[in-house]
Design a protein around this ligand. Structure first.
Ligand code: PMP
Length: 356
């Protein structure tokens, strides 16, 4: 068929989300969701009176939720922007700060950065991680470009300290530095406090991982009010009612339930330590993750084979085909029971590999 798409976009390689199969009841450890349900306080909203109100548009400013987020992070409402998932926040940031301009990000990181950069026609450069898969902070000092970094990084799971992030922000006063903290709640240091000191810093977080709400689609940015206004300009030019009524309420109830958040995130951290030790005992090379996933390479089974063999046995993990990381699999930290299934199936595969 003839393509009607404008040339500018037809060559874009769109982001490919992790598989969300419906055919089998997999032990699903491939897209870094939480194994725990959302806070019961958030779930209560669904049984309440809000369904009736769905006939009305939501608050385009999301004031109540922004106030709750501002309170949690000790900032003001004008420092908070809401997005339909943090992917949308990242899109706003790329439109606002990178369109037609220079931006840089690591060569191994969240695959969406490159897609957004292409979409907005940015002149982008992918900076190689070190051979140890670490981000070299000096590579981003005085970058002369917008800087986008996932901290902790994905899929490596490795984190920079807040001091290292500050060095990058401080040395780029004429450019925005976007720190994507999708996984920060599992043990890394957040850069949110630095937003009070630096106007050029945008911190992005999500409800999808540590707050068990991937399906509700909610993310947010924290930054100086001028920078939030700039991103708001993009939001109001694309989709002013970007957060639906139910999600606005669920998001507020969830962020106010700190006890549940602490309980579920600490369980995941505990299980990450267990998973890492058990994989290492089985001869895996496992990076030191500060996230809700581990990035691991088997000495005996190549990454793609391990992914396929696990899938055949009902366990889904994520494999990336990029050259530097094709020997690895990324495994989401689920419950202890899910990890034990993963380990049992891994043992079967390793045994077969050793016998063959
Ligand atoms: N940033 C990173 C580093 C991620 O891994 C993800 C999850 N795919 C996102 C952002 C986007 O998450 P969401 O849109 O669900 O908030």
């Amino acid at each position: 068929m003839k393509s009607y798409m404008v040339k500018r976009y037809s060559s874009i390689e769109a982001y490919v989300p992790g598989e969300q199969p419906r055919d089998l009841d997999y032990v699903k450890l491939n897209t870094n969701e939480s194994p725990f349900p959302p806070s019961p306080k958030a779930a209560e909203i669904l049984g309440g009176g809000e369904a009736e109100n769905l006939k009305l548009y939501p608050d385009p400013e999301g004031k109540d939720l922004r106030d709750a987020i501002a309170k949690r992070f000790d900032v003001k409402r004008e420092n908070v922007l809401l997005g339909n998932g943090s992917d949308e926040i990242l899109a706003f940031a790329f439109f606002a700060f990178c369109a037609g301009e220079k931006c840089v990000f690591p060569d191994i990181s969240y695959g969406f950065y490159k897609v957004f950069a292409e979409l907005v026609g940015a002149e982008y450069k992918e900076i190689p991680l070190g051979s140890d898969f670490k981000i070299n902070v000096a590579d981003y000092e005085n970058a002369g470009a917008t800087v986008v970094i996932a901290n902790p990084n994905a899929p490596t799971g490795l984190a920079l300290t807040a001091d290292e992030v500050e060095r990058i922000v401080k040395t780029n006063p004429d450019n925005i530095v976007v720190i994507d903290e999708a996984y920060v709640d599992f043990g890394a240091e957040s850069a949110v406090p630095l937003t009070k000191k630096y106007d050029n810093l945008v911190v992005v977080q999500t409800y999808s991982k540590s707050r068990s709400l991937a399906g509700a689609r909610l993310g947010f940015a924290i930054a100086s009010s001028g920078v939030i206004d700039d991103m708001n300009k993009i939001k109001y030019s694309l989709n002013p009612y970007n957060i639906n009524r139910l999600t606005l309420k669920i998001g507020k109830a969830s962020i106010e339930d700190e006890a549940y958040f602490l309980m579920t995130t600490s369980k995941i951290v505990e299980n990450r330590i267990y998973t890492t030790e058990e994989l290492r005992r089985r001869g895996f090379y496992v990076l030191d993750s500060k996230t809700n996933f581990v990035f691991a390479r088997s000495a005996a089974v190549p990454g793609e084979k391990l992914y396929l063999e696990l899938k055949r046995r009902g366990v889904l993990v994520r494999h990336f085909s990029a050259d530097r990381i094709k020997d690895f699999v990324r495994i989401t930290i689920g419950t202890r029971e899910q990890t034990d299934v993963l380990l049992a199936k891994t043992d079967e595969i390793l045994k077969e590999a050793n016998n063959g």
